[in-house]
Ligand binder design. Structure first.
Ligand code: GUN
Length: 286
């Protein structure tokens, strides 16, 4: 069994990004810029946004966080998005999820300039992903693809099973795997018997958010297991996979923490650099 070490890979990716960003500044006087909109005071969201801002600083991305109160009106967020859409020095824009219930999430995501949509949540980019076209792919599933690739794993021809069908993780994960040649089962809340699908999988990707969900009897011998879950049990971070009993069956498995988590932020930085590389074209067209 081999560990898929996302922490180590994310450090390597960030070092490479730092060099590329320094070169971009020197050759084209461009400093990539990322804007983050954070609404309310959800502790996990605040922590994620802090981690994103710190990672930006590490690699030389300029970042700005627009913090808005829980009671904010839809129109105020929309106005902030419009302002960022028109700021020529901000290449990427993300709205941290979840949002308070009075906010229409879809309307906000649809108002983000598609060229600045570094989270890949705009339906235009989401559609392009499913059509197999060049786009911004959501950061967590993109991080999984990079982690597999960096460990010499080709998914072409594999039977893959994705458990959890959220717009942020499961659905785009299934699209990326399908586009790369895997045969994908996408399991969701109404799936009759999840184990019947997981047991067939050469590659099992789980992103549900339920500790203890995947046990050894649900995993094929020699499978590659990617755990996207982040749960706290007795104050300790763990995934959706019962690591100790599943790991001995696997050819590869991600640890939690230190697997997919660090890759998500590394991919956000990659997407921000990608947006910045086209800054002049975008600004000319806007
Ligand atoms: N909430 C949980 N994951 C994410 C993410 O990747 N992006 C945003 N914007 N919000 C999230």
């Amino acid at each position: 069994m081999q560990l898929l070490d996302g922490k180590k890979l994310s450090i390597e990716i960030k070092a490479d990004l730092k060099d590329k960003i320094a070169e971009l500044k020197q050759t084209r006087q461009i400093v990539p810029g990322l804007a983050v909109i954070l609404v309310g005071s959800d502790a996990a969201s605040e922590l994620y946004v802090q981690m994103k801002a710190k990672a930006c600083e590490e690699v030389g991305v300029y970042s700005v966080v627009h913090k808005m109160p829980e009671s904010v009106r839809q129109e105020e967020i929309l106005e902030t998005i419009r302002m960022i859409n028109h700021n020529p020095y901000l290449d990427g824009l993300l709205v941290q999820l979840p949002l308070p219930t009075q906010i229409d999430k879809t309307a906000l995501l649809e108002s983000i300039a598609v060229t600045k949509d570094v989270d890949g949540f705009h339906p235009y980019n989401f559609g392009r992903l499913f059509a197999g076209l060049e786009t911004f792919a959501p950061c967590t599933p993109l991080g999984v693809m990079r982690l597999l690739e960096a460990n010499g794993i080709s998914v072409r021809g594999l039977d893959a099973c994705v458990v959890g069908a959220s717009n942020i993780v499961g659905k785009p994960m299934a699209a990326l795997l399908h586009n790369a040649g895997a045969t994908v089962d996408l399991c969701h809340i109404a799936t009759k018997e999840i184990a019947a699908h997981t047991r067939r999988a050469d590659l099992l990707v789980v992103g549900v958010g339920k500790a203890g969900l995947i046990t050894k009897d649900m995993v094929k011998e020699g499978a590659i297991v990617v755990d996207i879950g982040t749960n706290k049990v007795d104050g300790k971070l763990c995934g959706d996979v019962v690591f100790d009993e599943v790991a001995p069956r696997c050819s590869f498995i991600t640890p939690v923490p230190g697997g997919v988590g660090p890759m998500t932020i590394a991919m956000l930085l990659c997407n921000t650099l990608k947006a910045a590389l086209s800054r002049e074209i975008h600004n000319k067209n806007s």
